[in-house]
Design a protein around this ligand. Structure first.
Ligand code: MEV
Length: 315
């Protein structure tokens, strides 16, 4: 029996602890991989036209809706690079990363598809090439990506990241537990990134630039809090960060509602994570029991899903 040729590629979700939006303008950010949510792409051969099968579309690759334009770009770039433009491929995408919720699903699918195609053709893929291809896809999906999502959905360690600079691995050794809550509403990263860009070019440019600088300062201080295992101060910094993000108009009614719920349930601090205007929020809890209580309150307040992430011993 002839063996079926198969290519596989994986990626995972990501959580930005601090620094979203400001990171696009050169401020640092702290983020980590979120392996509780995963992306898998499988590539096999087909006899007809190349096809793609995912939660949003199942059909011929060339006729994919515009919404998935960034995926078509990945396929085009990779197949051109591998000189396989006429390959007859069947691409299957399976994901437990909620789409458009600030968990990096658009970067993760680009990472997993790139890896699966290189794997299918038995070719080596350098980290640099992977990030270049994902950056092209993310420019379509997000407009002006910092590169953080591409890195975080493909790397295995928490990072202190500054756009265009060598990133720095971090060890998380915090006596605290992170809760992630999904509002169930799709975020609007592209619109949120564009609106921040408008603000820092507009009549109150100086004010908003200061806001981004302040977020950067919070990130720097948060790195110290992580190093000193100071969960209480980190929680406060997260809540301060949320105020600054709200001023940038990247929060939403649903995010605010879940953040207030987490605060009332005794979180050390809470904020949105990722692009915002929907998507997910995070809250810091002093221990697992408190995290479970917060999850319950979030669910009662309408969260679509919740996750618990231990912040101890991760590097
Ligand atoms: C999106 O997950 C994070 C943003 O900072 C955009 C980016 O870094 O590319 C909003």
């Amino acid at each position: 029996m002839e063996e079926i040729k198969i290519g596989r590629g994986f990626a995972h979700g990501k959580i930005i602890l601090m620094g979203e939006h400001a990171v696009v303008y050169g401020q640092p950010a702290i983020a980590f991989p979120f392996p509780a949510t995963k992306m898998e792409v499988t590539v096999t051969e087909t006899s007809g036209e190349p096809t793609i099968d995912c939660a949003f579309y199942s059909g011929v690759l060339a006729k994919m809706p515009e919404l998935l334009e960034s995926l078509r770009k990945v396929a085009e770039l990779v197949l051109t690079d591998l000189n396989q433009q006429s390959a007859k491929l069947k691409i299957k995408i399976e994901s437990s990363i909620p789409a458009e919720r600030g968990m990096g699903s658009s970067a993760a699918v680009a990472v997993a598809l790139t890896r699966a195609l290189y794997n299918y053709f038995g070719r080596k893929l350098s980290k640099k090439k992977l990030l270049t291809i994902v950056a092209a896809a993310e420019t379509i999906a997000h407009g002006n990506p910092s590169g953080l999502d591409a890195l975080m959905t493909s790397e295995e360690t928490p990072l202190y990241f500054i756009k265009g600079k060598e990133f720095c691995p971090l060890t998380l050794n915090l006596d605290a537990v992170l809760v992630v809550g999904d509002t169930g509403k799709t975020g609007q990263t592209k619109a949120a990134v564009a609106s921040v860009a408008e603000k820092i070019r507009g009549s109150k440019a100086e004010y908003y630039q200061k806001n981004l600088d302040n977020i950067g300062d919070l990130v720097k201080r948060s790195r110290g809090f992580l190093e000193k295992n100071d969960a209480a101060s980190l929680g406060k910094a997260m809540s301060e960060g949320q105020k600054l993000l709200k001023e940038l108009d990247v929060s939403s009614y649903e995010l605010d509602h879940l953040i207030e719920t987490a605060d009332s349930a005794g979180a050390l601090g809470a904020k949105l994570t990722g692009g915002g205007r929907g998507g997910c929020m995070i809250a810091l809890a002093s221990d697992r029991k408190k995290a479970e209580e917060i999850c319950l309150e979030l669910t009662l307040a309408g969260a679509r899903a919740t996750w618990i992430y231990e912040m101890r011993g991760i590097s």
